[in-house]
Write a new protein. Structure first.
Length: 256
């Protein structure tokens, strides 16, 4: 009995070390797949764009951050239910979940990007303990789209979509373009457009990684919120030809 206890005591530090060395896990979700094609452009479906962009994002992460374990919900054109996507992420005890989609609207003039996360506002009684980091991820994505010159539609939005509401980690769903808009479709259906968009997403993920690892996410989120408010006022000022409410600060910066 004493010998067994001694062995356990000797193994205990090794077990702690093994737990401490567990890699960071991220899940990248290519929306739709199989019989669920999502929306459709002239010669390409949403599911194809989602998969190609997701694969490029995964490639970039594995190349530049090999210490992060990346799991994909699908690698090929197959159907994966929403519940299964969440199960994959939850069972992997992932630290991040990102779902990539393409938008569509009846109004053909609508274009640009928007990103959703499950916030704690609204009527839902279920609280999301990961709301702040999910919002951080969403804002970093939109910030990188804007910095790269992509048009912004509604920016960051709170919405308890199935995959953002049923994953147990910071999660966001990003809409990278409106395939119903001719300009957006001409961009996102090309290899160049898909690779550039993947790079924007990757850059946002790297910023998220640095911010969360350095534990500066609360401060960064506050700054991003302020920047979003300024951009919103500038957008209105750009249309109306007036000076933004915060005065002349940053007046040489072109509104996004």
């Amino acid at each position: 009995m004493k010998s067994k206890l001694l062995i356990l005591l000797m193994l205990f530090p090794l077990l702690l070390f093994a737990q401490g060395k567990r890699p960071l896990v991220w899940v990248i979700d290519a929306g739709h797949g199989g019989h669920d094609q999502g929306t459709k452009g002239k010669n390409i479906t949403e599911k194809e764009i989602n998969l190609k962009v997701s694969q490029e994002v995964v490639r970039l992460i594995r190349k530049h951050k090999p210490g992060i374990k990346v799991i994909t919900t699908r690698k090929t054109d197959k159907f994966v239910s929403l519940a299964e996507r969440c199960r994959i992420a939850n069972n992997a005890r992932a630290a991040l979940f990102l779902s990539i989609h393409v938008n569509w609207a009846r109004k053909k003039n609508l274009r640009g990007t928007e990103t959703f996360y499950a916030g704690n506002n609204g009527r839902s009684k279920r609280r999301n303990p990961n709301a702040s980091k999910s919002e951080l991820l969403a804002r970093l994505l939109q910030n990188n789209y804007a910095a790269s010159g992509r048009p912004i539609y509604r920016g960051v939005r709170t919405n308890r979509l199935y995959v953002t509401a049923n994953t147990n980690m910071p999660a966001a769903l990003t809409e990278i373009a409106f395939i119903s808009n001719s300009a957006d479709a001409a961009y996102i259906t090309t290899d160049k457009g898909m690779k550039e968009t993947a790079r924007m997403i990757f850059n946002a993920l790297m910023e998220y990684y640095t911010t969360t690892q350095n534990k500066t996410h609360t401060k960064t989120l506050s700054t991003l919120r302020s920047s979003a408010r300024v951009r919103s006022r500038w957008r209105l000022a750009g249309w109306r030809g007036i000076i933004p409410l915060n005065g002349w600060r940053g007046i040489l910066t072109r509104p996004v």
